[in-house]
Write a protein that binds this ligand. Sequence first.
Ligand code: LAC
Length: 342
Amino acid sequence: MKYFRQVFEDKRLQAYINGGAGDETALQENEAILQSLRLIPRVMMDVEKANSHVNDILGAHDSPLVIGPTAFHRLVSTDGECSTALCSKLNNIPYVVSSFASCDVREIREILPASCYWQQLYIFNDPAITEEIVSDAEKFAAQAIIVTVGTPVSGDRPRERQAGWSVPAGVCARFNLKDPTTISQLARVSISQSATWDDIKNITMMTSIPILLKGILDPDDALRAVQIGCSGIIVSNHGGRQFDHSISALDTIGDIKEIVQGEIPIYLDGGIRTGLDVVKSIACGADRVLLGRAILWKLHEGGTSALNEYLHHINEEILHIMKLCGCPTISAISGLKVVRRV
Ligand code: LAC
């Protein structure tokens, strides 16, 4: 599968979705690192019955793919998150529903089976909102709560700023935005800048749903997440949308894996577009891999049918590459040797 990048008729929307922070160094590096990795295939491994199943603390699924949290799917497709939920269900791929979803979580959950419903959460300024999302996650039987960390403020994205893009009124289901609002304004009024590890600890006390932290890059923070009782971490620089010169997940996951010592699963995102990217990320240490922009691109290209076809195809590609690399299971991929071509 070739790399693709969606072109939008609405250039302001394109600036928002495709753009990254600053000079887009992190955004480009996420993709460039994936391109530079080479795997050393193993041979004679009986791959006839190769399967891409994963089974960890967050359940059993047919694929290591996760639909990552991205905001406002109705910006790209009429049925928004409801289309995404249907594709998640059809492919048995977990879907992390954003706190900034454009469809009501009740509606999404009518389509999405519990086994695929994971809920994204920020630490909000108003503790009542954080509590409401946690209690909704319980009501709708979320299998995980993914707390996004490392976003006390929104990254400065010149493309988006120069295009003058703002979130249209009425597109955020949970927050009643009456006027168009820039992402940095939305972050400023809603997301806490004073959040600490105590807030994460509080959330783990508030609910028995497994808590994962998304946005971890430093091994010491990964260790802290383990110590505080998190059930997993997602190594991520937020698709290069936050801090332009942040390290890429693939450059730090090895050190994180070493320090975490298998205590909790480690997932990864950033730049993943193809099955090959997924296999490379797992070879570098990821247990599961999240898709971000690619989901929005496919939804925009052709709604449910394009996204469904993409998810199906990417999984076929994962299986094909597993066979070529002598990996009958997903866990065998982590034993492959990886070389970085400079
Ligand atoms: C963004 C926020 C909404 O990156 O996550 O646009």
